[in-house]
Design a protein around this ligand. Structure first.
Ligand code: 8YV
Length: 324
């Protein structure tokens, strides 16, 4: 009998996926479900055939280039892979896969949730009520902003941005504008109701709500900095479901504190799980703990998508979702 490939899941996954994987592989689970230290990741590289990390694991060259490495595949659980040095992996002949498509709708739904919460002051309202400070209905109580006819400016126009565009346009009658490295196909623009804006500065200056959908990494670090925040309208709302470092968090705190923009809705942070203390002190920001893909259905589908990549790799077939 062939020896089954040995794989490591760096965090606990849904039981459906863990059970499925156990039928095909010799699976190591991280029973305590806390992030693994770099030394533990390096050790795992020596005694597994594949490791399946998440956003909480830094798979840099010092982990990949360990002497005696046995791992030949990094099957990432998640679509974003800025925590993996894919250039080093490619150089060392280690393949990398991710999980696109299956989390598109959940993440777009969460962007819409933040958009609604931030524009309708939902967090603020709930905090007031729970604190016993609600004095009753009145015409001018906690007024937010309506969405119909407002411009949603999308930064990046990949799968998740396009799904967000469709939902915001169809459900709330928002106008959609987007900035991306390249212009989308006319059919996609038509179906999402989106208009291309060639300059990011113009997009942020013209939008009522700005939602970020770029990858993380060096290329997008602090794309939204103090200067771009200064270009936004005073009633603008910033939504981030992409990666924390895309926004200069300290500059965002200043802009929100001084009411130079009206609100923000964040699911991701510069140094997760640490959240800038300035954000925690503000009322006009909604803060969620990186829940973009967190539904039972999606988290299982993500695991199954990793399983497809593992199964292809160990059967000698091309990966379904290669990123390096
Ligand atoms: C994941 C995400 O839960 O897929 C991504 O890129 O940001 C999240 O939805 C996380 O990355 C798991 O690794």
């Amino acid at each position: 009998m062939n020896k089954r490939p040995r794989i490591l899941l760096t965090r606990r996954w849904t039981s459906e996926v863990e059970n499925h994987l156990a039928e095909h592989f010799d699976v190591t689970l991280n029973e305590r479900d806390v992030p693994l230290a770099p030394e533990a990741l390096r050790a795992a590289m020596r005694d597994h055939d594949a490791i399946c990390p998440t956003v909480t694991d830094r798979i840099d060259a010092s982990v990949l280039d360990v002497p005696g490495r046995r791992v030949r595949l990094i099957g990432n659980y998640g679509v974003g892979y800025n925590h993996i040095d894919v250039a080093a992996a490619a150089r060392l002949g280690v393949q990398v896969s991710n999980t696109p498509d299956v989390l598109t709708d959940s993440t777009a739904d969460l962007a819409i949730l933040l958009l609604l919460m931030a524009t309708r002051r939902a967090g603020e309202g709930e905090r007031e009520l729970r604190a016993g400070q609600w004095t009753g209905w009145r015409p001018t109580h906690m007024m937010g902003q309506s969405l119909a006819g407002k411009v949603l400016g999308l930064v990046g126009f990949g799968r998740i941005a396009q799904a967000t565009a469709r939902k915001a346009h169809a459900a709330f009658g928002m106008q959609i504008a987007y900035y991306g490295r390249r212009r989308a196909e006319p059919q996609v623009e038509q179906e999402t109701g989106a208009r291309f804006v060639a300059s990011l500065d113009d997009l942020v200056a013209g939008a009522d709500v700005i939602s970020l959908h770029t990858p993380g990494g060096a290329e997008t670090f602090h794309l939204i900095d103090a200067a771009r925040l200064a270009r936004m309208k005073p009633h603008a709302v910033l939504i981030n479901t992409a990666r924390g470092p895309v926004v200069d968090e300290a500059a965002l705190v200043d802009a929100l504190r001084e009411h130079r923009i009206s609100a923000a809705g964040l699911d991701v942070y510069e140094e997760e799980p640490r959240v800038h203390p300035g954000l925690l002190a503000l009322q006009n920001v909604v803060l969620l703990p990186h829940l973009g893909s967190a539904t039972h259905e999606t988290r299982t589908a993500m695991g199954m998508r990793v399983a497809e990549n593992l199964e292809a790799f160990f059967a000698g077939r091309p990966l379904r979702d290669p990123v390096a």
